[in-house]
Design a protein around this ligand. Structure first.
Ligand code: APR
Ligand code: PHB
Length: 394
């Protein structure tokens, strides 16, 4: 089989890229290792920047998003027994975010691709990519019990942190940057109506907590836990009690979450990671295949979208004019945004989480930084601009 663009991975990056290319009249094939149900039910993030919403609408995936997505104009920070709201529009010239689960984004994109896009093969595991530095790279993959070959003009690795495309970039030209954090998140989904209008990020001496949502009747909540935590050690009541303890403030000591059946429980490690460059010959990397951020800044999905928006624009320029100028600039263009998001995610994570080993001095620095954000519109604007997403370039 031959295609213009071979896309490895059917997560948000691969699926959105396939749709952007389809709209531009460029053919592609998506190879996804897992089955459709697995990909559609993998619990992940839930915050969309405006550029991501715009891209989903542009590829025809905006209908349910516009019906069920929840626009949010701010977040609440809780620290030192107090609460402080960060308003997005007034600090960013009108920007906000939309709460809409990544699982729903993936479902919408898969339905579209199967209905009117190029081939999207599930349970098709890519084994290797050969000829990255030639004019016709070759993807070897296993599907329906047979090893098969896909020849391409370009191959795009959208296969996440555990993918294989990164291996097509020789160690001699590749640099990786990495930081792991001394804590993880215990994430739950619960059939419990959120008693809060907007997301709450809480710093507490007991550890970080985050209150998010999936709908008016489903809460999405996270607790900082030690690395290696077994979710089995956290029965539902213990989770609810700990969340209430971490969200407690002096101003409203009776504030409690509404409780309900916990339907999903998982421990997520926290990591920062970047591999450079995001391109070698005719092989490109996008999304988690190239970079990972701790989820505190809600950047992962939006960075993946930004990469493929830039890449689809570059591939369209090549198809229409033959010029590879934008393709040649892809890695540098994306890495500027990636590193900004890496820093913001690191800032949100290290300011809001209580490292078990941190000193009292470091805790006071965290509280001073949070106080600064709560009392200076300049510091609040810096957080709001990064959280709602800086303008796309390139
Ligand atoms: N062959 C085919 N598919 C593969 C292979 C392989 N060898 N290896 C991995 N994949 C698939 C995975 O099964 C997964 O569906 O690639 C996909 C990668 O998707 P994601 O990991 O979701 O990465 P990405 O599309 O970049 O989206 C980033 O997803 O993981 C979250 O927090 C992350 O929100 C961010 C978003
Ligand atoms: C989520 O809703 O899953 C979510 C929201 C904000 C974050 C991380 C996760 O920072």
């Amino acid at each position: 089989m031959h295609t213009t663009v071979g896309i490895i991975g059917g997560g948000p990056a691969g699926l959105l890229l396939a749709r952007l290319l389809h709209v531009a009249g460029i053919d592609s094939v998506v190879l996804e290792r897992r089955d459709r149900s697995y990909v559609e039910h993998r619990q992940r993030a839930g915050i969309l920047e405006q550029a991501t919403v715009d891209a989903l609408r542009a590829v025809g995936a905006g209908a349910r998003l516009d019906r069920e997505g929840m626009p949010h104009d701010g977040i609440e920070l809780r620290f030192g027994g107090r609460a402080h709201r960060i308003d997005f529009p007034s600090l960013t010239g009108g920007r906000n975010v939309t709460v809409y689960a990544q699982t729903e984004v993936v479902k919408d994109l898969i339905a579209l691709q199967l209905a009117e896009g190029g081939p999207l093969l599930f349970e098709a595991e890519v084994i290797s990519i050969d000829g990255a530095d030639t004019g016709s790279p070759v993807v070897r993959y296993r599907h329906e019990g047979r090893e098969q070959i896909l020849t391409c003009d370009y191959v795009i690795g959208c296969d996440g942190f555990h993918g294989v495309t990164r291996n097509a970039v020789p160690d001699s030209v590749r640099t990786t940057y990495e930081r792991t954090y001394p804590y993880s998140w215990l994430g739950i989904l619960a059939e419990a109506p959120p008693v809060y209008e907007e997301l709450i990020y809480a710093h507490s001496e007991r550890g970080f907590a985050l209150a998010s949502m999936r709908s008016p009747s489903v809460s999405r909540l996270y607790l900082q836990v030690p690395n290696g935590t077994d979710p089995g050690d956290w029965p539902d009541e213990r989770i609810w009690d700990e969340l209430d303890a971490r969200f407690a403030t002096h101003i409203d000591p009776g504030w409690k979450l509404e409780r309900g059946p916990v339907t999903s429980k998982a421990v997520l490690p926290m990591r920062s990671y970047v591999t450079e460059p995001m391109r070698y010959g005719r092989v490109f990397l996008a999304g988690d295949a190239a970079h990972i951020v701790p989820p505190t800044g809600a950047k992962g999905l939006n960075l993946a979208a930004a990469d493929v928006i830039v890449l689809a624009h570059a591939l369209t320029r090549w198809r229409e004019t033959g010029s590879t100028e934008l393709l040649d600039a892809y890695s540098d263009t994306c890495l500027r945004r990636v590193w900004r998001a890496e820093h913001f995610s690191y800032f949100m994570t290290t300011t809001l989480h209580t490292d078990p080993e941190q000193s009292a001095f470091e805790t006071r620095l965290q509280l001073s930084q949070l106080e600064r954000v709560a009392t200076s519109k300049h510091a609040a604007a810096e957080l709001a601009e990064n959280y709602t997403g800086l303008p796309l370039s390139g």
